[in-house]
Structure formats: structure tokens, C-alpha cells
Design a protein around this ligand. Structure first.
Ligand code: ROI
Length: 165
């Protein structure tokens, strides 16, 4: 991620999800594309997980993962990059909460709160979603959301999220 500016990098956590067009491949490819984003590098990536869909059940299971991304981009510049990357995967989203080729969500950005029409950070639903919390817990077990450890949030949710072999 050269050139290295003099200020420290930010640490963003990004959630990845796919349930269309070879989801494992979509997510695996996106992991290396995230590492190649300008002024950014993936410092840790979770394993890939299979998860039952949250929302409408008449759609395929998802593949999910979470990465920690060191970045010198601002939250909105990062969002622009993630949306461009989704488009390169010819993102299809057939209906609200329906199947998609690739979804990339900014979950956390340092301890920054972002309340912008295009972006809310922390992601407003992340503490309710095992498909985010389980991989996040693998790479950042120390994190707390709304004052509560990830494991505690997970304990209150059905656990239908399992690592892929
Ligand atoms: N369900 C699962 N299991 N994984 C996702 O990534 C996912 N993404 C979504 C909705 C449709 C809410 N459900 C999901 O956007």
C-alpha cells in the first residue's frame, strides 16, 4: 500500500457475502481484490463460512467472511472503492434482502461513528447477525459492540454459521 503517508493507517472491518454465481469463488476473489485496493491492505482474513439466509428463505445459502483492512482511505472513499468492486463482480441484487453476487459492507472503521446518508458505521445490523459476528469473532475476539463482547451477542443468536472445509 505504498506510498506510506506519515499518519497511521485506519483499521476497518469489512463483511463479505455472496449467494449467487459460485459464491466461494466470488468471496475468495474479493479477498485478493480488497488487498489490492489503493492505500490499503488486508491484515487478517477470516475463514469462509456457510450460512443460512437471513431474510427470505427461498434463496441459496450464503458464503460469508470478514477481513481487517488497514487503509489510508477515508470511510467514504473506502465505500466508493467497495461499491466499484461490487460492480466489477457484476453485482446483481434481484430484490430487497434477496440473493446477490457480492456484498461488501463497512462494519467498523476504527472506533469512528459515521452517520452519513450513504454510510452508517458501525453497521447498524451487525450485532444481530451471526453471519457477521462469527467470522468477526474469529479474527477479532477482543472486540465489543455496544459495550458487549461479540461472544455474548452470538450467544443470543441461532448459530447456523459454519466454517467451510
Ligand atoms: N444472510 C446471510 N446468511 N448472509 C448474508 O451475507 C446476507 N446478506 C444479506 C441478507 C439478505 C440480509 N441476508 C444474508 O444482505
Amino acid at each position: 500500500m505504498s506510498p506510506a503517508p506519515s499518519r497511521p493507517a485506519s483499521l476497518a472491518y469489512i463483511g463479505l457475502g455472496s449467494n449467487l454465481d459460485q459464491p466461494r469463488k466470488q468471496v475468495a476473489t474479493a479477498l485478493s481484490e480488497l488487498d489490492a485496493l489503493p492505500l490499503s491492505r488486508v491484515s487478517v482474513a477470516s475463514r469462509l463460512y456457510a450460512s443460512r439466509p437471513v431474510g427470505p428463505q427461498d434463496q441459496p445459502d450464503f458464503v460469508n467472511a470478514v477481513v481487517a483492512l488497514e487503509t489510508y482511505l477515508s470511510p467514504l472513499a473506502l465505500l466508493d472503492q467497495l461499491q466499484a468492486l461490487e460492480q466489477r463482480h457484476r453485482r446483481r441484487r434481484e430484490r430487497h434482502w434477496g440473493p446477490r453476487t457480492l456484498d461488501l459492507d463497512v462494519l467498523l472503521f476504527n472506533t469512528t461513528l459515521v452517520a452519513h446518508p450513504r454510510l452508517q458505521v458501525p453497521h447498524p445490523h451487525m450485532h444481530t447477525r451471526a453471519f457477521v459476528l462469527r467470522p468477526l469473532c474469529e479474527i477479532a475476539p477482543h472486540l465489543r459492540l455496544r459495550g458487549q463482547p461479540l461472544e455474548q451477542w452470538l450467544a443470543g443468536l441461532g448459530d447456523d454459521v459454519t466454517p467451510l472445509a
